[in-house]
Design a protein around this ligand. Structure first.
Ligand code: FRU
Length: 477
């Protein structure tokens, strides 16, 4: 039932979105990456395939490109590449979610999608918002085949979570397995340890704590947990906060990655070493789901909270985007990520050629470029005279680096990863987004990128081969 607050919020956000539609578009708006209609976007939520369509909900603040009160925005589509905006799906309109409809997930069962999310509440008064002054309510809302969403139900609140936790408990990811429902929740203890809680339910409404996962000394808060099995191997995925940089590892303010989980996930289980999903400047809070063919698909937020770098699109009234959907596969316990094959449908006009050292090539501002490396020793590419992509066999490091003082870098410098050998690089570019896949998705670098920072527009990227050579195929997308 719509409350008068829901109606007010609908009216207000409707005006904001309409204003945006009326405004002139800017050259950094993305062509095939999901971006907010107006304002701010963060985590992907409620990813699922239901009733013949893919659903991608997202953390959405239409009123402020720097973030603010969170709603769930909603896109749908049939191929994970072309998305239609469906409007706002969930409003912060109840006492238990009035300060934000925070992240959550979707369980498809029968004729319904069961949407579980965190209702964020900041208590009024002289509280601190870590330990006492906040509620992280677990809320359920059910979407029917006609796309309407029924009344919300409060499932759990802070009093239901373990007593040793701070008030930071959130981001339910729910799935069904062997006739039972499971939920993982991210949490911070009162002693500032990150954890994932595992809950179980027989009816989707009543949940009991089954297990707790943690790694000693590994961050103060674990956000956006996920658990999935690929080829019989089970993974716990999460986004930890509070980890110190260690050389090339954990270079961003917060991380996202996964651990192999051995043993019984409902009982005696052990976590393997944490591996980062993505080495770029902009990647956080990913979520996975099973697509209509049973592939495990990951979509991440191509952005980073609480960092110094502010995307220049803020001046244009919007900020952030999602990565493209990536299919996950496993080799020797490591997750590989590669753009879903559906993306290839966007390809047009291929250019194929061998690039020698010293040569450069202009490719479309939105393109898919695959480079098979001739010289496995050293490679140095430069994109738009400012972003260097470098591999040196002697160092066994693959890195991306903005030129010192580069306006494109906006203060960002270098990100890298240890790499034994280099065979292939795939660069997906989309006006202001770059995703660089190394060795068929063994490593990925996701980074926002603003060619011609003055925003006057430009219709190509220049790729210079400063060192090394390769066989290149480039499609415009
Ligand atoms: C991760 C996160 C989640 C939270 C949401 C709020 O980026 O902080 O933990 O639910 O964003 O927008």
């Amino acid at each position: 039932m719509k409350t008068s607050l829901t109606k007010e919020l609908e009216k207000y956000t409707g005006i904001l979105e309409k204003q945006n539609k009326d405004s002139v578009s800017d050259p950094w708006r993305l062509k095939y990456h999901v971006m907010p209609p107006v304002g701010w976007l963060n985590d992907p939520n409620g990813l699922c395939f239901f009733n013949g369509r893919y659903h991608l909900f997202f953390q959405y603040s239409p009123s402020d490109a720097m973030g603010g009160l969170k709603y769930w925005g909603h896109y749908t589509g049939t191929d994970m590449i072309h998305w239609e905006y469906e409007g706002i799906a969930l409003y912060p309109d109840m006492p238990y979610d009035c300060d934000g409809v925070y992240s959550g997930s979707a369980l498809v069962e029968g004729d319904c999608v069961w949407l579980y999310y965190t209702g964020n509440v900041k208590l009024a008064g002289d509280y601190d918002y870590i330990y006492t002054g906040r509620e992280g309510n677990t809320v359920l809302a059910v979407m029917r085949t006609d796309g309407t969403i029924g009344d919300k139900t409060l499932i759990m609140s802070n009093k239901d979570y373990p007593a040793n936790l701070s008030c930071h408990v959130r981001d339910p990811k729910v799935w069904k397995e062997s006739g039972l429902y499971y939920m993982v929740l991210g949490a911070r203890t009162k002693e500032d340890h990150g954890e994932v809680l595992l809950y179980v339910s027989e009816d989707k409404f009543h949940w009991s704590l089954k297990n707790i996962f943690t790694i000693s000394g590994f961050g103060y808060m674990w956000e956006c947990p996920d658990m999935f099995v690929i080829d019989g191997r089970r993974f716990l995925s999460f986004s930890p906060q509070g980890i110190e940089r260690d050389g090339l590892d954990f270079a961003n303010i917060y991380q996202s990655g996964y651990c192999l989980l051995d043993g019984d996930f409902t009982g005696d289980a052990s976590l393997g070493q944490f591996k980062e999903y993505d080495r770029g400047f902009d990647f956080y809070a990913p979520q996975t789901f099973l697509d209509r063919d049973g592939r495990r698909i990951l979509i991440g937020w191509m952005g980073m909270p609480d960092c110094d770098y502010i995307n220049p699109t803020v001046e244009k009234g919007w900020q952030h985007c999602m990565t493209v959907p990536r299919e996950l596969t496993v080799k020797a316990g490591k997750i590989f990520q590669y753009p879903v094959r559906e993306l290839e449908e966007l390809r047009g006009g291929a250019v194929t050629k061998t690039q020698e050292q010293g040569e450069s090539l202009d490719v479309s501002i939105s393109s898919d470029v695959i480079i098979k490396i001739d010289d496995p020793e050293n490679l140095h590419l430069c994109v738009d005279h400012d972003l260097h992509i470098v591999y040196k066999k002697a160092d066994q490091i693959f890195k991306i680096e903005f030129a010192p003082g580069s306006p494109l870098g906006g203060g960002r410098t270098m990100r890298g990863v240890a790499l034994e050998s280099l065979e292939e690089i795939r660069i997906l570019s989309d006006t202001s987004a770059l995703e660089i896949y190394v060795n068929h998705g063994a490593e990925v670098f996701s980074t926002r990128f603003y060619p011609q920072i003055d925003g006057t527009g430009k219709d190509c990227h220049t790729i210079e081969f400063m060192e090394g050579s390769g066989f290149l195929t480039a499609w415009s997308l």
